[in-house]
Design a protein around this ligand. Sequence first.
Ligand code: GLA
Length: 388
Amino acid sequence: MSPIFNYPNKVKDKFLELFNQEPLFVRSPGRINLIGEHTDYNLGFVLPAAINKAIYLGIQKRKDQLIKIHSLDFNNDFQGDINELKSSDKLWPDYLLGVVQQIQKKHQIQQGFNIVFGGDIPPGAGLSSSAALECAMAFGLNHIFNLSYEKMDLVKLAQAAENEFVGVKCGIMDQFASMFGKNNQLMRLDCRSLDFAYVPFQADDIQIVLFDTRVKHSLASSAYNERREECEQGVKWIQEIHPEVKSLRDASEKMLLKYVKPKNQKIYERCNFIVSEIQRLQEACNDLENNDLQSFGKRMFETHAGLKDLYKVSCDELDLLVDLVKDNPNVLGARMMGGGFGGCTINLVKKEAVEDLIAQVSASYHAKTGSEMLIYLVKIEDGTSIIN
Ligand code: GLA
């Protein structure tokens, strides 16, 4: 919860003021990802965790068929009808309406609801504020209408909402992390089988620090979908000879060299990054098991290099933030995080050095770009839940 703005109380007060009802409260957090980037939609592995920044959503049934939503942060309202779901001209309601649409495919609910929501996940920072909102919505509707969905079904539903209604062909990582997060635990998710394991983050002397470039590229979602298509194209070329290869998870470097590189160098580089990133994550998990954060951190730098040079989803500001820490012995690892083209870098920093590092990096970032970056000190917390 933000120390300067008590969201649960704000949501509650606004809800009473607007609707004269007691809401059900859902908290749904943002996420970080330690390693394994752009691997989710290639059916590889990811290693995310839910964090101490969240969406707080109050929800309650209405007697009619209306949907009434108030966004605290945009200070803006939306009104619709449960039987006539269509994209709104402002983007924010779509994350919620998309979830309703997915639920309506099966349940044809005939009753509307009221919502007030707000939160402290900075939008566009790569911390998955949209997935958190979708998960909060799915969780809340499941509860007030007694729909009996399991948590993994809610995750899939929230992802489908983003894919189909918002139009971003995201993988499953963000919604999964928001829903299943656990205090002080990372999650190693196999995005093909959806099996996962909690992995303790045992590092009392390490602080996870995010440096937010505050850069948001408007082309990010179209470039994201393009990367996905490039990966699919690589798989198609391999499948001509190896039909058993269903995704880049099943592909080897040898196959890429033989069947993809001769056809298209750019697509080869994209696929090559993914195949090595899937491998790298598994080695990084071994590092964690051996409590070798030095080695883990090196792999984070390698991931950044691949995202920058091969997958080409970084940007100058992210590269600068990684360059500024890469020779600092107090920073074990750093890389851009999430979809890319802006947002944050994630850094593993020795606790005693955090303050100095922040001062140094902020000053250099400002000197080189003329802008101020933002800093978030991350705690790993529980996933989506009902709060009182
Ligand atoms: C975004 C998407 C995720 C994932 C990451 C990159 O956050 O929503 O599904 O693909 O980018 O790892």
